[in-house]
Structures are given as structure tokens and as C-alpha cells.
Design a protein around this ligand. Structure first.
Ligand code: ADP
Length: 608
């Protein structure tokens, strides 16, 4: 932000982090113009800090001659009459090489760097470059002098870790521009590498970094101009978690919600999804966690091995806010994460964003709305809660980039409903927005049935939407088969309820078999052991093999005379199938268990 001091307003009231400012007039007697969402700097005069603190704030509401701004930091010592400077910019993030592997706070301050310099969190009034301005990157131009480019076109590349980072023409470039100069070599992100001359003949220097306002989709103008297109999500995100991929799939570029009562395995599930999903880049927004958990994330995550080699951190960006950070920064963090995700999507990468938790983000919005004295909606959340949630998830999707690549942004948000009450407004609005719901249940977690996603309350609209993909890539009839198995689970549950009343004797052998089959499907297929090196991840191809085998076993039962025989049979079958899951597919063990299962089915191996 520029150092030129232009005091254009003064503080007239302070209410927690909401500060009202009175605009000053210029020489012509007009108020200095101010726009909503602009960033201003509040400069407290009466603090004993050694330097002039400048507190970042965002304009929330503008009235005649006055505005309400939300300060991203503690407003201790801010007083009436304090100077306010305008930046003329909206709340923005720096986009460029060097984002991967970073841990930021909601305003893109790199936490690790600060941890080294200042202790874990930033003293008030400090801002650190989001992208290291000292580091050099080897720029390979992909344009020549005389080339014409439009917003979002490829200008050149640099190698960022294991990724080719594509430097794109500024997203706010209007119309066509001609490359009037370009240089190749090793530069910092603030060194001009290309000069563009626009239709009006204006020259513009372009660096490897650009800044973009977080509340506006990166591709807004590109889509409007038709340079880039939105595509229909038609492929699944392959998480290698059987229960998700087979029963409750999430599309690549789709949306999903995970609600989690405390201790139901939300953290483990999120980390499995980020580790094993077939995406290039993972962005994690940890919003409003306790400081201890945040520090844990920062210290643990970098060392998590990536199944594709290296560590997971090499292809991850973390945005982290503790519940002790000011509300406004918490509210902003989700947008910061989405904007960074969209940036990599626009290069043609598959990005996964996990937002944990959107409830805390919504609570931040509620606090702000309360301080602005807006008319409250349900449970004091603002009336625009649902449209804000919708707008957030709408930024997910698949796009065709300017040069015809396909990129995706899959958004998985967790909600943390107080007391596990799914009726509360944030969960309800989220459920009306997302297309997959993975309902973690405390009950299943208590029974150690992991992942503790309850198949009876979960749903996915993608199961049918992606049906053409499954039928083509796996086999015809796949979707129907899955629906059939979901039905079996429901039937099993009703037999279970019956048996709770009448005992085993009260149900028919047929019903008892249904219950046993459902139970076997649950234990063998839905449950998956995150702590077994093989079972932790089942690629889709293996899921298909397992599902086919399991279906065969459930459909063609050997003669079972009574419930005792049935029980024995299923105990043995379940045990063998579990051992199969723990064996690598190319191993002697796998072949051994397969033979055992065949022998059992043929009555050649005695049960139990
Ligand atoms: P939460 O974040 O919901 O409070 P965690 O994700 O930390 O809960 O999970 C709590 C415990 O449950 C873990 O420490 C682990 O022992 C167990 N657990 C959770 N998910 C799994 C899983 N997929 N496989 C095996 N154990 C799990």
C-alpha cells in the first residue's frame, strides 16, 4: 500500500471493530469519494506504539458524508478525530508464484515468517508481503513482441515446486493488448517482465504478480468476455474413500458439506480427502479454530507425506485464523482462500478447497451485522445469510481456460452446528446449496465405524448427475447397483429396529439375512481403516472390483439352514473380506483371501 498520506476522513465513532468515519472535503468543497468494500487505514494518534500504526479496515456502508468501516484488527486506542487514509483498493490478495506451501492469516500475512520475527501472531498494524518480494523465479516467456493478448492469456511460465506456474495477463486487462516488450530470465515478482500496449495505446508494465479483490471471482471478466467458459462438472473427484466415491460422490468442481459433532472424525476425514483426492492443489481455510489447533496444523501439516511424493505442503496453501483474531479477518479468510484457489484453477489445475468451518465464518458475519444494527433474521444471523452462503459455493466449478485447458475448484465446507442440531440456519442454508452431504454421526463414531459418515442421512445429487461417467468408465448399471445397495442399508436398518424390540427370534430368516447383508456391506465396504497402509486408500478401480465381488457374495448365498448358520457364514465372510481389504492387490495374501472366499461360498471351507 502506498506511503503517500492523504487524510480524507476522520473517525467520528468507535463501536468494537466498527468505526464510523466522517469524510473530509477536497479543495472544491466535495466529499472525498469513497466506495463500499474499499480498504481504508485508520491511524490511531494516541497510542504509545513506536511507529504510526495503520489499521486496515474495509468499508461496509456508505452514507452521505459518512461511512462505517470494519477494522481487521483490535481497535484499542482508536479515538474520535483520528486520521483515516484511503487506499483506493478493495480488499485484495497478491497472486503469483510462491503461494504454494504458505500458511497465511486471513489477510494473507505469512504466519511462518511472522512466527520467526514476531512470535506466532502479528502485532497490530503490521502487514507483511503475501508473496516474498526477494525470491527470484526463472521466467520463460510464451509471448513475443507483437503478440496480442487478452485478460487471462498465458504470458509465460515459471517453475513453482513441482508445478508449472502459468503467468497470466492481468485479469483486469480491458480488450486486446499488444506485447511491446518482454524479457526472459530470473526475476522477483515485482520486476516487470512484459510490457503491454492497450487499444488506446497506453503502456502497462506487467510483473509475475497481480493483485485481485477477494470478493470478486478471479474469472468474472474472463467469463463475461467469453475468453474462458464455465463447464458442467461431469467427472467425480476421486477421494479413494469407498463410501464417498461409490455411494456419495462429489463432482470435480462440485460442492459438499460435512457437518461434524465434536470427535466424530471430521479432522481425520478432511485430512484423508486432502491427501488422497486426485487434485493438484489443496487450499485449506481453517477459520476460527482455537489457537492451539491452528499451531498444530501449521506444525504437523508440512510433514505429512504426500502419496504422490514429497510432502503434502508442497501443493497446499493454508489460510488460518484463530478465534482470538478479530472477526473481520475471520470473515475475510474464506474469500482469500477462494481467490487463491480460483487463480490456480485459471491456470488449468484441479484445486480442492476445504473450508473449516463455515459456521464460524457465518458467526463472524452475524457479529458484524449485529454491530451494524441490521435487521436480524433467524437466530440473529443476517437476512442475507443464505445468499452469502450460496455466493460462496457458486465460486466452485469447472472452467475452460483461455487456452482450452480444464481447471476445477471443488469446495468442501464443514459446518459445526451447536449440539449437533442440523436445524440451525447455517446448516440448513448450506444443505440447500451444496450437492453432497456427508453426515458424520457421533453414534457411528462411538461404535468406531469409521469414516463415521451415516449412510442413512447422507446424500449426493452427483450420483445421478455423474451417472454417464460411471456407466462409461466403470460399467453399465453402476448407478442402479449403488441405489440398490443404499436400499439394502435402509432395509437392514428397519430389521435392526425390529430386532431391538423383538430380539432375533422375532424376525424371519429372510429379514435376518437382509440384516446380515446390510451389516456386511457396512463393515466391508463403508468402513475403511485410516490407519492401515493399504485400506486407507482404495482407488476407484479397486472399489469396482470389491463391489462386484461383494455383490456376488451377497446375491448368491450358499444354503443357510437357520440364523445360527447365517451368523457364522457372515462372520467368516466379513473377516475374510476385511483381510482382503488390508492386502495389496498384487500380493499372495490377496490371492489367498480370494481363494478362501471362493471356498467359503462353494461350501468347501467351513464357516468360522
Ligand atoms: P473431530 O475432528 O471430529 O473432533 P477426529 O477427526 O480428531 O475428530 O477423530 C477423533 C478420533 O477418531 C481420531 O483420533 C481417531 O482415533 C478416530 N478416527 C477418526 N476417523 C477415523 C478413520 N477414518 N479411521 C480410523 N479412526 C478414525
Amino acid at each position: 500500500m502506498s506511503d503517500a498520506v492523504q487524510v480524507s476522513a476522520r473517525v467520528s465513532a468507535v463501536h468494537d471493530d466498527i468505526v464510523t468515519i466522517r469524510l473530509l472535503k477536497d479543495e472544491d468543497g466535495n466529499f472525498y469519494p469513497i466506495i463500499k468494500n474499499e480498504v481504508v487505514l485508520v491511524c490511531p494518534q494516541r497510542t504509545n506504539s513506536e511507529f504510526q500504526e495503520k489499521l486496515q479496515a474495509e468499508v461496509l456502508r456508505v452514507r452521505y458524508g459518512e461511512a462505517d468501516v470494519q477494522v481487521f484488527e483490535n481497535t484499542r486506542g482508536v479515538a474520535v478525530g483520528d486520521a483515516v487514509e484511503q487506499t483506493g483498493e478493495m480488499l485484495s490478495v497478491a497472486l503469483g508464484p510462491g503461494l504454494l506451501g504458505q500458511v497465511y492469516d486471513g489477510l494473507q500475512n505469512p504466519l511462518e515468517l511472522i512466527a520467526g520475527q514476531q512470535g506466532f501472531f502479528l502485532p497490530r498494524g503490521y502487514a507483511v508481503d503475501g508473496i516474498d518480494a526477494q525470491q527470484h523465479w526463472s521466467f520463460q516467456p510464451k509471448v513475443k513482441i507483437g503478440s496480442t493478448v487478452r485478460a487471462g492469456d498465458l504470458l509465460g511460465t515459471v517453475q513453482e515446486g513441482r508445478f508449472e506456474h502459468r503467468i497470466l495477463a492481468p485479469f483486469n486487462l480491458r480488450g486486446q493488448a499488444e506485447v511491446s516488450w518482454v524479457q526472459e530470465g530470473s526475476f522477483t515478482v515485482t520486476t516487470p517482465v512484459v510490457r503491454l500496449s492497450d487499444e488506446a495505446g497506453r503502456e502497462r508494465e506487467v510483473t509475475m504478480q497481480q493483485s485481485w479483490p477477494v470478493r470478486i471471482p478471479v474469472n468474472r471478466d474472463l467469463l463475461r468476455e467469453g475468453y474462458s467458459e464455465r463447464l458442467f462438472p461431469d467427472k467425480p473427484l476421486q477421494t479413494s474413500i469407498r463410501l464417498i466415491d461409490t455411494f456419495f460422490p462429489v463432482a470435480r468442481g462440485g460442492t459438499a458439506c460435512i457437518p461434524g459433532p465434536f470427535g466424530a472424525g471430521k479432522t481425520v476425514l478432511q485430512s484423508l480427502i486432502s491427501r488422497y483426492s486426485d487434485v493438484d492443489i489443496v487450499v485449506i481455510v481453517a477459520c476460527g479454530e482455537r489457537a492451539g489447533e491452528v499451531v498444530e496444523t501449521i506444525t504437523e501439516f508440512p510433514n505429512t507425506p504426500d502419496p504422490r511424493g514429497g510432502t503434502l505442503m508442497d501443493r497446499t496453501v493454508i489460510i488460518c485464523n484463530t478465534s482470538s483474531m478479530p472477526v473481520a479477518a475471520r470473515e475475510a479468510s474464506i474469500y482469500t482462500g477462494i481467490t487463491i484457489s480460483e487463480y490456480y484453477r485459471q491456470m488449468g489445475y484441479n484445486v480442492l478447497l476445504i473450508a473449516d468451518s463455515t459456521s464460524r465464518w457465518a458467526q463472524a458475519m452475524r457479529e458484524t451485522s449485529g454491530r451494524l444494527e441490521e435487521i436480524p433474521g433467524e437466530e440473529a444471523f443476517p437476512a442475507y445469510l443464505e445468499s452469502s452462503i450460496r455466493a460462496l459455493y457458486e465460486r466452485a466449478g469447472v472452467v475452460k481456460t483461455n487456452d482450452g485447458r480444464e481447471g476445477s475448484l471443488t469446495l468442501i465446507g464443514t459446518v459445526s452446528p451447536a449440539g449437533g442440531n442440523f436445524e440451525e440456519p447455517v446448516t440448513q442454508a448450506t444443505l440447500r446449496t451444496v450437492k453432497t452431504f456427508l453426515g458424520l454421526s457421533a453414534d457411528r463414531a462411538y461404535k468406531r465405524a469409521y469414516p463415521a459418515v451415516d449412510p442413512l442421512i447422507s446424500w449426493s445429487r452427483y450420483l445421478d448427475q455423474l451417472s454417464p461417467w460411471f456407466e462409461k468408465e466403470l460399467e453399465p448399471g453402476w448407478t442402479e447397483r449403488v441405489h440398490g445397495l443404499l436400499k439394502l442399508l435402509k432395509q437392514g436398518e428397519s430389521v435392526q429396529q425390529m430386532m431391538e424390540v423383538t430380539g432375533e427370534e422375532g424376525v424371519t430368516l429372510d429379514d435376518y439375512l437382509t440384516w446380515q447383508k446390510a451389516n456386511c456391506l457396512d463393515q466391508v465396504y463403508l468402513q475403511q481403516d485410516a490407519f492401515d497402509p493399504v485400506d486407507v486408500s482404495t482407488p476407484l478401480a479397486r472399489q469396482q472390483v470389491l463391489l462386484t465381488l461383494l455383490l456376488k457374495c451377497l446375491r448368491e448365498l450358499p444354503p443357510l439352514a437357520d440364523k445360527a448358520a447365517a451368523r457364522e457364514y457372515f462372520v467368516t465372510l466379513t473377516g475374510l473380506m476385511k483381510n482382503l481389504n488390508y492386502s495389496r492387490m498384487d500380493s499372495p495374501d490377496y490371492r489367498h483371501y480370494l481363494q478362501e472366499i471362493e471356498a467359503l461360498r462353494g461350501g468347501k471351507r467351513s464357516a468360522a
